[in-house]
Design a protein around this ligand. Sequence first.
Ligand code: HEC
Ligand code: HEC
Length: 192
Amino acid sequence: MKITPRSLLAALLLLTGLHAQAQQPARLELCVACHGPQGNSQNPQIPSLAGQPRIFVENQLVLIREGLRDIPTMKGVLDGLSDPDLIALAQYFAAQKPAPMPGAVDAARYQRGKELAAQSLCGSCHLPTYQGREQVPRLAGQQEAFLREVMLEYRDKPGPGRDTVMTNALRGFNDDQLDDMAHFLAHFGKQP
Ligand code: HEC
Ligand code: HEC
């Protein structure tokens, strides 16, 4: 092969591409063991991370590492990771494609949840597609049991690292209404 500037450049790009592929964020195997392949969770209690806004994931990782958001199952998992390590993990998960939530949709619950979320203007922060932005998380396609649990927590016993905007947003909702919203959001876009 004749070496031209163009072929050199192509070889260089190929090499750096391979390098970037080989270099995965620190502890990724550990994360996906719980949060699922590419961050698409297969466990109802564990949130998906695929397609979450990068800033949301970054913020949560700092809060979790510093012990401000208390997640007993994640104790020690982030110990010793640097800020750039957390940024690399957040970038990885933000770039993954969220998988649609499997399971049947209950038309009545979906409709009730949809109306409650619309009345409460949840989409003003989470976006009308519930895909989140910046520090506001994606809710569309998230695990239903996790959504339910995390909303109960915000309403009844928000921890120190949790944002009070959510405690305010969920004040006055009863458990059944939170259930319906969790069902709607988990299955968002699968309108029966
Ligand atoms: C042993 C299982 C386990 C491991 C390992 C684990 N997590 Fe988690 N993670 C959880 C659980 C459970 C929650 C939800 C806790 C709750 O109910 O609020 C969570 C929550 C999170 C959240 C908050 C998500 C949200 O939507 O609120 C982020 C971000 C996160 N984990 C990132 C990671 C990363 C990155 C790694 C790897 C370095 C990791 N986790 C490893 C179990 C795990
Ligand atoms: C004023 C803006 C705002 C409004 C309105 C709002 N949210 Fe949120 N929501 C947030 C922010 C910011 C977070 C991240 C909070 C944190 O860091 O603790 C969040 C977090 C959440 C979470 C946790 C998701 C996760 O992965 O950890 C759920 C569930 C949620 N919101 C549901 C709702 C629902 C349902 C409504 C309407 C009733 C609503 N939100 C209205 C800003 C808002």
